[in-house]
Design a protein around this ligand. Sequence first.
Ligand code: PHE
Length: 355
Amino acid sequence: MKNIETIKDKYTSIIYNTNNLKDLDKVRISAVGKKGEISCMMQEIGKMSIDQKKQMGPLLNSLKNDIINQIDQKKKELENIAIDKALENESIDMSLPINLSEGTLHPVQQVMEEMAVIFSSMGFSIALGPDIEDDFHNFTALNFPPGHPARDMHDTFFMSSKNDEIKKVLRTHTSPVQIRTMIKDEPPIRIIAPGRTFRCDSDQTHTPMFHQVEGLYIDKGIHMGHLKGVLMDFVSKFFETEVEVQFRPHHFPFTEPSAEMDVRYERIGSSIKIGQGGDWMEILGCGMVHPNVLRACGVDPDEYQGFAFGMGVDRLAMLKYGMPDLRDMFSSDTRWLKHYGFGALQQANLATGLS
Ligand code: PHE
């Protein structure tokens, strides 16, 4: 039998000189694979005398382990080198000049950023939730009991599931983020939740996927006056002009009392002027958070109260920037995006104007 030290030196040098994973695997097979050199040597132990076995057994075992360890170590080294190389190839040259005429910010993104700027100036932070929701967060905890007819009004996309207990839906509104936030955080809570929502509906003013911004304010002694103040302040800042609003009684299972807020507007030809004229347009739903909703989230309604609101971002973008058809927003037509898009480096802020 060959000298163990010689074999060890041979493989140590081969492993050292191997510089790719494929070759390293070949080395592994030829040394410790089923028919590898060291494996074959180990098979010969069976033919040895007891004394030889006692001597050679441990030596061969430690040779095998040593070679396996060296191969593993080398493998890690080569993998790290491969990652570094990939990162090097994927690096971005930050000194490249930006072509500002290519690529624009979608108006929906722009409007969500404008809303974030306005509400953060009032102390709201941003909360997010998943697009795929369960029945509990989308309905039950929001005071839609199972079988309640209001569930049907949402034209819900139900997802097929193997487990009937956790029925999944594409969220029909951003209100489930209220539930997630109240379960996770202690009051006082002041958040807005922008995001995608889904309903099985499509025409000039409805798309199956649309965007909402939810608002939630929970603290001691919060009342409708606070709700009205925040929303009136919001619309004037958003439309960058004085806007008269009216609150009409409405019904949502998760707020009591509930209201819809309209803004005064006028249609001049095909364009819409917000803040003047004799017509009213509904732009959002709102109300005081229902005690059942607070209870479902472990908040004591005798101690804390609050308000919530939800508004359609796409509709507000249409109104502010004068787009005639909601469906164009999601048709990925580059001519439309060039016309209505916003500069990639244009940041909405209250100091220099939002848009
Ligand atoms: N979730 C409601 C909707 O999508 C809007 C809403 C939010 C109403 C919060 C009241 C309070 O229609």
